[in-house]
Design a binder for this molecule. Structure first.
Ligand SMILES: Nc1ncnc2c1ncn2[C@@H]1O[C@H](COP(=O)(O)OP(=O)(O)OP(=O)(O)O)[C@@H](O)[C@H]1O
Length: 339
C-alpha cells in the first residue's frame, strides 16, 4: 500500500545568534492509511518540529534545509498526485489548501487553536467553506454531525457556544471535530491529551481510534508519554536530539527494545505491578547542548550500556535494519545491513 505520508531525510535547523540548532537531523519515516505512527522522546528532542515541518508551519528562524515530505493526494485517477511539501511556498495557495483539507492537526491546547471571540460552529464551518464547496446550511449541518461524532452532547445547541463555555475535554473534542470535518487523509496530533485528566485522555484516544477506523486516516501521534503512545500507535519512532534512535511495531518496541535510550525510557514508566513507593528509574543527565553537532550517538554521554566506548562517540550515526520493521541506531549493536 502507498504510504499516505513519506518523510525522507528531513533536516530542520534554527539559525540563532548562539549557533545552529539541528532540531531535526535526518529523520525518515512513512505512515500508511489507517495506521498510527507514535513519535516519542523527551522534551526538546524535535517531535513538534517534525509535525510543524509537515504542515510547513515551522516558526522563524527555523528552516527545512534538506529532505522530502511526500503526500499522496487522490485525484480521481489510478495514480494519486504526489506532492512534496518541502517544495511548496508555505504561504502559497497549494500549501494552504493542503493544510486542513488533506492534513488535519490537533494540538495540546485547544484555546490556542480556537479564536475566543467566535463560536466553535462558525470556526468549524469556516474550515468547510474554505476547503469544500458547500452552502452555509450544509456546512452547519456537517459541523453538527461532526460534533455529534466526537461525542459532544446536544450538538445543535453546542455549535453556538464559545470555546470558553466548554470544558477542557469538550474543547478538545471540538478541536478534533474541526480537524476532521474536511475528512483529511492525515492527522497530526501533537500532545493532544497531555493537558487532560486520565479518564478524558482515555476517551479521546478511543475516539481517535474509532474515527480512524471510520475515515481510514493516517495519524502521526506525538507524545512524551509512553503509556499513551502504547495505547494508540501501530508503530513507534523513538527520537532523541533530532534523530531516530529506534523504530519498531509497538508490541516489539515494548517487548524487545534494543536501543539503550528506549530501554531507559521504558524503565522510567511505572507498570501496573510496580509496588507503591518504588523509586522509578530516571535517565541521568540532560539532552546535549543543542548548538553542538554530534557525529556519533547523541545518547553517548548518558548511556548506561556503552561504558564510554569511543565507538559510540565517534561512529557516524546510522539507522540499522534489525528486520523488515525494526530499526535501531546503536553503534554497539554492530548489525550489518545499514539502511
Ligand atoms: N521557535 C524556535 N526557536 C528556536 N529554537 C526552537 C524553536 N522551536 C523549537 N526549537 C528548538 O528545536 C528543538 C526541538 O524542539 P521541539 O519543540 O520540536 O521539541 P519537542 O520534542 O517537541 O519538545 P516538547 O515535548 O517540549 O514540545 C529544541 O532544541 C528547541 O529548543
Amino acid at each position: 500500500m502507498n504510504p499516505a505520508l513519506d518523510v525522507r531525510n528531513l533536516r530542520v535547523h534554527f539559525l540563532l545568534d548562539e549557533g545552529t540548532v539541528r532540531a531535526v537531523d535526518g529523520v525518515s519515516f512513512s505512515v500508511e492509511p489507517g495506521k498510527t505512527l507514535g513519535i516519542v522522546g523527551e522534551s526538546g528532542s524535535g517531535k513538534s518540529v517534525i509535525g510543524q515541518s509537515i504542515l510547513r508551519i515551522v516558526p522563524y528562524p527555523g528552516k527545512i534545509v534538506e529532505g522530502e515530505i511526500i503526500l499522496q493526494i487522490p485525484n480521481g485517477q489510478d495514480i494519486p498526485t504526489r506532492v512534496n511539501m518541502v517544495e511548496l511556498d508555505p504561504h502559497g495557495r497549494q500549501a494552504r489548501s493542503i493544510r486542513g483539507k488533506e492534513v488535519g492537526m490537533i494540538f495540546q491546547e485547544p484555546m490556542n487553536s480556537f479564536s475566543p471571540v467566535h463560536t466553535i460552529g462558525s470556526q468549524i464551518t469556516e474550515a468547510l467553506s474554505i476547503h469544500a464547496d458547500v452552502s452555509a446550511q450544509e456546512a452547519r449541518n456537517r459541523a453538527i454531525e461532526m460534533l455529534r461524532k466526537v461525542g459532544i452532547p446536544q450538538p445543535e445547541h453546542r455549535i453556538d457556544s464559545y470555546p470558553h463555555q466548554l470544558s477542557g475535554g469538550m474543547r478538545q473534542r471540538a478541536m478534533i471535530a474541526m480537524a476532521l470535518v474536511c475528512n483529511p487523509r492525515i492527522l497530526i496530533a501533537d500532545e493532544p491529551t497531555t493537558a487532560l485528566d486520565v479518564t478524558i485522555q482515555a476517551q479521546i484516544l478511543d475516539l481517535l481510534k474509532q474515527l480512524q477506523e471510520e475515515f481510514g486516516m493516517a495519524i502521526l501521534f506525538i507524545s512524551h508519554n509512553l503509556g499513551v503512545i502504547s495505547e494508540i500507535s501501530h508503530d513507534v519512532l523513538v527520537i532523541y536530539f533530532g534523530r531516530v534512535m529506534e523504530r519498531a511495531p509497538v508490541d516489539v518496541l515494548f517487548r524487545d527494545p534494543l536501543h539503550p535510550y528506549t530501554k531507559a525510557l521504558l524503565k522510567s514508566v511505572p507498570g501496573i505491578d510496580t509496588p507503591v513507593r518504588t523509586f522509578l528509574s530516571t535517565i541521568e543527565g540532560t539532552l546535549p547542548d543543542p548548538y553542538i553537532s554530534i557525529p556519533g550517538c547523541p545518547f553517548f554521554g548518558r548511556c548506561m550500556e556503552c561504558g564510554g566506548s569511543t565507538v559510540c562517540r565517534d561512529s557516524p550515526y546510522e539507522l540499522t535494519k534489525v528486520d523488515d520493521r525494526h530499526f535501531v541506531a546503536c553503534p554497539q549493536m554492530c548489525i550489518p545491513n545499514p539502511i
